[in-house]
Design a protein around this ligand. Sequence first.
Ligand SMILES: *[C@@H]1O[C@H](CO)[C@@H](O)[C@H](O)[C@H]1NC(C)=O
Ligand SMILES: *[C@@H]1O[C@H](CO)[C@@H](O)[C@H](O)[C@H]1NC(C)=O
Length: 496
Amino acid sequence: MWKIELLIYSLVIVGTSCSSVNNKKFPDSFLLGTATAAYQIEGAWNEDGKGENIWDRTCHSDPTRIFNNENADIACDSYHKYKEDVALLKDLGVSVYRFSISWSRILPTGYLNEINQLGINYYKNLISELKANNIEPLVTIFHWDLPQPLQDIGGFPNDRIIRRYVEYARVVFDNFGDDVKYWITFNEPKQTCRGGYAALGDAPFINSSGIGEYLCTHNLLKAHAETYHMYNKEFRDKQNGHIGITIDTVWAEPDSKDKADVEAADRLIQFTYGWYAHPVTHGDYPEVMKQFVGERSAKQGFSESRLPKFSKAEIHGMKNTVDFLGLNYYTSVMAKHKNDEEKTAIDWDQDSEVDTYFKPEWPSTASSWLKIVPWGMRKILNWVNKNYEGLPIIVTENGVSENGTTLEDDVRIDYYRDHLSGVRDALDDGVNVIGYTAWSMMDNFEWTRGYSEKFGLYSVDFNDPERKRTPKKSVSFFKQFLATRCLVEESKCVAA
Ligand SMILES: *[C@@H]1O[C@H](CO)[C@@H](O)[C@H](O)[C@H]1NC(C)=O
Ligand SMILES: *[C@@H]1O[C@H](CO)[C@@H](O)[C@H](O)[C@H]1NC(C)=O
C-alpha cells in the first residue's frame, strides 16, 4: 500500500512546477528584457505640444469607463523620469527594453501638418540613454493611443488610416531608425479592433460588432504591409532593422480528444493569432475564418461576407511582410466545439463557433481574464512555429497581475520562472524563439482597469507626486535570472 502512495506522491511532485524547471541557460544572443507602453507610463498628457489621443478623450470625457474614474495624465511620469527608468533597467541587467512611441506626441493632430520636435526629442533622448547603457531598444510604433482627430473621421474602419499610419511610421524611421534595430508596427491589433470597435473594452468604445472589428483589421493589416514595403524601399539599406507585429493570443486546449473539439481549439487560435499572422505571412486570412464568417454572413442575409476580401494584388502585397512575429501570451482556455445551428450572433467571438472555459484548478490573479497556465507557453510557441514555418518569434509580453497589497510577489516569481521555462523548453523543441520581454517593468495604467491590476516588477507609488519606484521581491529573482541566463540556482545550470 505505501508503495502506491509513494508512487502517487512522486507523480504529484513531478507534476508541480519546481521539479520541471528547465535548467539550461538561454543562449547569449537571446534578447531578454522588460516591456512598457507610452500611454501606460509616460503621463505628461498635454505637455510640450502633445496632442489628444483616444485614451485621453475617454479618461477626460467618459471617465466611468475606467476603474475608479482614474486616468493616465501623470501615470508613472516616465516622460520626466526616463533617466531613472533606464538606470533601473541597467541595474536589472536587461539586454533589451520594449517601449512604444506616442503618435500624438510626434504628430499632435495625427497629420503631417504639425511635427512636434519636442516630442521627437523625448524619444531621441530615451533611445540614446538606452544605447549608452548597452540596452537594445525594441520599439512599438503603435500601442493603442490613436490621435483623436483620426478617430473623429472614423479611426481604423476608415481606410484613410492606411496613409496616415504609413506617413507617421516614415517620420518615426526617419528620426529614430539609425538607432533602432527592432520595430513592431502594431501591438495587439485584436484589442484595437475588437476591443475598440466591437467589445466595448478599449477606446474608442464603439460597438459595431461583427463588422467594425473586421474592417478595422483589414485596414490595419494594409497599413502594416505598406509600412513594411515603405521601410524596404526607403530605409532598409541604411538602417538594416527588423520589422514585426505583436499579436496576442491564448493557448486553446481541446476539451476532449473528439475531432470536433480538437478542430475547435485550433480554429480559435486561427481566429485570434491567425487573423493577423496568416495575412502577413501567407497574404490572406486563414481559410477556416473565410469559411466560417462567410457561411454565417450568408445565413444571416448579408450580401457579402462580413470578413472583407483582399484583392489578388493586395494578397501579393501582404505576403511575407514580417521579419519576426511578436507573441503576447498570458493565459489559456479550454475549447469545445459549439453546435450553432441558428448562427444568429453577429460577432467575431461567435463566428468561430467555439465555447471556452477556464479549468477551476487554474490559479486566479487580480485580472479576471488571467488564469495561470504556464504549460500553455510551450504549446503556443510550438503552434506559432509550426504555422509560420520557423519565422523568428519574440515573446513581447508575458506577465501576471496582483492587487498591490504586498511587495512579496512570489506569485510573479513563480509565474516568470514557469513561463520562461516553457520558453526554454520550446527552444529545446527547435522553435525559433529569439527573445522575451516581461510585462511589465513597473506598475502602470492598466487601461480600463486603472491602477487596480499591477503587473510591475517595480511598484510605483501613485499617491506620491514623485511616483517613487520600489523593487518588488521579483526584481531580485529577475536580476539573478538575467545575470545567469538560467532559471535554477547557478550550480545546477547547464550550458545553452
Ligand atoms: C454590441 O451590439 C450587439 C448588437 O446590438 C449586442 O448584441 C452586443 O451585446 C453588444 N456588445 C456589447 C459588448 O455591449
Ligand atoms: C489582494 O490580493 C490578496 C491575495 O490574493 C487577497 O488576499 C486580498 O484580499 C486582496 N485585496 C483586495 C483589496 O482585493
